[in-house]
Write a protein that binds this ligand. Structure first.
Ligand SMILES: [Zn+2]
Length: 297
């Protein structure tokens, strides 16, 4: 199939736009969406120190690549890659992330998350496994990540959240009946800003973008979802989107609306951070070790 914008072969079809795109035009499309989101999320400012949170999925790797190239001519903006150990003691993922950051000539830090003594470090009680009912006061990881960021002069944390994941959070919150203001973003007002440039890009498009930019990695994975309701929500959403291609964008818009007056996409991002934190806790993922020390390349 031919690209809708040139004569090259298309590598992807966008059902929601009706366009077939070649590699070059897909790259342009992804980067245009990402730049638009950065502007909508407050833009980049002189003196910004942006930490790209590298995880096991390649969304974050593609995001580091994108931000490094976007700011290549900006001497007033610093980009750092950061990674959080999974608590298993297996350092292979950290080492892969470190090597990737080094390939992009980017400073790399391993996040250490020391315990705090306040109530925000309380662990998740077993009786509180529903993200919709999880009290914000008990959420600790994001607060400790903020503390780490402040210690290193980081002004923004960039997160490789994609359209599919954000839409699943919006639908998941609706299914769980979580309509309170705190669920839709108000709880994180004091947090260090999170930016998600890829929030309006599908996971498939990010994957193809990463491959065309040479930053794809066959070892990167989409982390297994262990929350059954969240897993069912994703399956239902994917199935419905096959018949109604614009569904995930509709949910993104709904999430922005529910984010609250004047907050929009920032409110939705905070909701997604809160939701992800809740799922991580509810799924009994290994705790982040406290003894992890800073690592530099
Ligand atoms: Zn083309």
């Amino acid at each position: 199939m031919q690209c809708s914008k040139c004569h090259r072969d298309a590598i992807v079809f966008q059902p929601y736009s009706g366009l077939h795109l070649c590699s070059q035009h897909l790259t342009a499309d992804v980067e245009a969406k990402a730049k638009k989101q950065i502007r909508a999320q407050g833009g980049l400012k002189p003196g910004d120190h942006i930490a790209v949170l590298l995880s096991q999925d390649q969304n974050s790797w593609a995001l580091l690549y994108f931000l490094k190239h976007l700011t290549a001519q900006r001497r007033d903006i610093r980009i750092t890659a950061i990674a959080i150990p999974d608590g298993s003691g297996n350092r292979s993922d950290i080492l892969r992330a470190k090597r990737f950051a080094e390939c992009l000539d980017t400073e790399f830090l391993v996040v250490s998350l020391p315990e705090e003594s306040d109530s925000r470090t309380e662990t998740c009680p077993k009786e509180n496994r529903d993200p919709a009912s999880f009290p914000v006061s008990r959420i600790s990881c994001s607060f400790r990540l903020d503390r780490f960021a402040h210690l290193h002069g980081i002004t923004k944390i960039a997160w490789g959240l994609c359209l599919d994941a954000a839409a699943a959070v919006v639908l998941g919150n609706i299914i769980r009946g979580a309509g309170e203001n705190r669920v839709w973003g108000n709880s994180y007002q004091d947090h260090l800003p999170r930016i998600c440039p890829f929030i309006s890009v599908t996971a498939l498009e990010i994957s193809l973008y990463a491959a065309s930019c040479g930053c794809g990695d066959e070892q990167t994975i989409h982390p297994e979802q262990r929350d059954e309701l969240h897993k069912d929500t994703i399956a239902m959403l994917d199935n419905y989107t096959n018949k109604h291609p614009a569904t995930k964008y509709a949910l993104l818009n709904l999430g922005e609306t529910l984010g609250g007056p004047g907050r929009g996409i920032k409110g939705l991002i905070q909701t997604c951070a809160w939701y992800g934190e809740s799922l991580r806790c509810c799924c009994n993922v290994s705790p982040i070790p406290h003894e992890v020390t800073d690592g530099t390349r």
